[in-house]
Design a protein around this ligand. Structure first.
Ligand code: CP3
Length: 361
């Protein structure tokens, strides 16, 4: 019966719970491993799907999003998690903005926010209803994954999303966004609060649909100095964590572990320990042993091989990965890259990386 796959009930029993155990600080037999952007452009089978369908069509079609989510698991049986295929920019879309994905360029907003008065044009009401397709993809994938590994849901963090909405796409300098931070702090906080409200309800919808762990991507934290991180990022990350926890409890759902990944947030690890997350993601600029000293024993660390290291030989990747895992140790650790895998990465690199993690300790 095809319809049963769209109901978030009677999911197959989870057979590999290493990721969830590590996130919660429980003992594991092996270090769990997954890779940011593991469902994506380095895979020829993904390219085949993309040749036939526009990026956001894949996101909006549960069968296609599910297929693409499962692709890396077929090729790399050592992966201990899946992450639902979608994008952080589906939230600005749900708020009424147009976002296009231009091949070779990345995301493009034809009409970015040009002035704080435009914040009032954003359609907060019904935003999560317009994202129900993500929930449908999660539910379908939870059924099709047959309990092999847990399914991760995700969102962009408020500051990162605001940056894209103002810049109209990726930006090396974030000059417009920084101008807003200086000139219009009140409006900036209004927009970050709006995004935070939507994100909390979006994540709750993902949990109700079957997401087993949630990751919040603050991918643009590398643009923020310490005072800016304290003012424009940390409070909202904290509100998202506590908001999700409180709403899960109020709805009598099962709690899910949460990960914060602030790219460039290495200098602010002390602040990140105060945000309430179970796992803190690290980019490759952070030394594993230094990070452990700062965060202590009550957090799981995730990361952090440089994605560029996957362009080395399988032998070198194996060696570097084993060294990394040995530095982090088996306790409260999830192996990953320090940022997303890049498009030209050789297929055998992922194999070398995932196998080495399991064999390292
Ligand atoms: O991790 C996964 O495999 C799940 C899917 C996923 C995608 N984007 C698919 C994608 C996830 C978790 C994201 C998150 C995302 N999207 C982030 C945060 C993570 C990070 O890398 O910092 C950000 C900043 C975006 C916005 C975005 N989407 C950019 C900047 C780009 C272009 C650059 C790039 O790396 O490709 C995208 C496009 C995108 N998102 C692709 C995929 C597979 C490639 C687009 C294509 O197929 O044409």
């Amino acid at each position: 019966d095809k319809n049963v796959e769209f109901i978030p009930k009677n999911f197959p029993e989870l057979k590999n719970d290493r990721l969830l155990r590590a996130a919660l600080g429980k003992e594991v037999d092996k270090v769990p491993v997954w890779v940011m952007r593991q469902a994506g452009r380095y895979l020829p089978e993904f390219q085949e799907v993309r040749a036939k369908h526009d990026f956001f069509t894949v996101c909006r079609t549960p069968e296609l999003a599910c297929e693409v989510t499962l692709q890396p698991l077929r090729r790399y049986p050592h992966l201990d998690a899946s992450i639902i295929f979608s994008d952080i920019l589906v939230i600005p879309q749900a708020l009424g903005m147009t976002v296009e994905m231009h091949p070779g360029v990345g995301p493009v907003f034809p009409s970015p926010l040009q002035d704080p008065s435009e914040i009032d044009n954003l359609k907060e009401e019904g935003a999560v209803d317009r994202l129900l397709y993500v929930g449908k993809a999660i539910t379908l994938t939870r059924h099709k994954i047959e309990g092999k590994v847990p399914l991760i849901g995700f969102t962009g963090a408020p500051f990162t999303l605001m940056g894209y909405m103002i810049e109209g796409g990726g930006s090396k300098t974030m000059s417009k966004t920084k101008e807003w931070l200086e000139k219009y702090p009140k409006d900036v906080h209004k927009l970050l609060s709006l995004l935070t409200r939507v994100i909390i309800d979006y994540l709750i919808m993902q949990v109700e649909s079957g997401a087993q762990l949630l990751q919040v991507f603050e991918s643009s934290a590398d643009h923020l100095n310490r005072d800016q991180f304290i003012e424009f990022s940390a409070p909202y990350l904290k509100d998202i964590r506590s908001g999700v926890k409180n709403k899960i409890e109020a709805k009598n759902l099962e709690q899910v572990p949460m990960t914060v990944f602030a790219k460039g947030g290495g200098p602010y690890l002390d602040i990140q320990t105060g945000l309430g997350y179970d796992t803190i993601g690290l980019d490759w600029t952070v030394d594993p042993e230094e990070a452990r000293k700062i965060v202590g024993d009550n957090f799981t660390l995730q990361g952090n091989l440089d994605p560029q290291d996957l362009y080395k030989t399988p032998e070198e990747i194996t060696k570097m990965t084993i060294e990394m895992v040995q530095k982090f140790g088996k306790k409260r650790y999830i192996a990953n890259l320090g940022h997303g895998i890049t498009p030209q990465t050789p297929l055998e690199s992922m194999k070398a990386f995932t196998v080495a993690v399991h064999e390292a300790l």
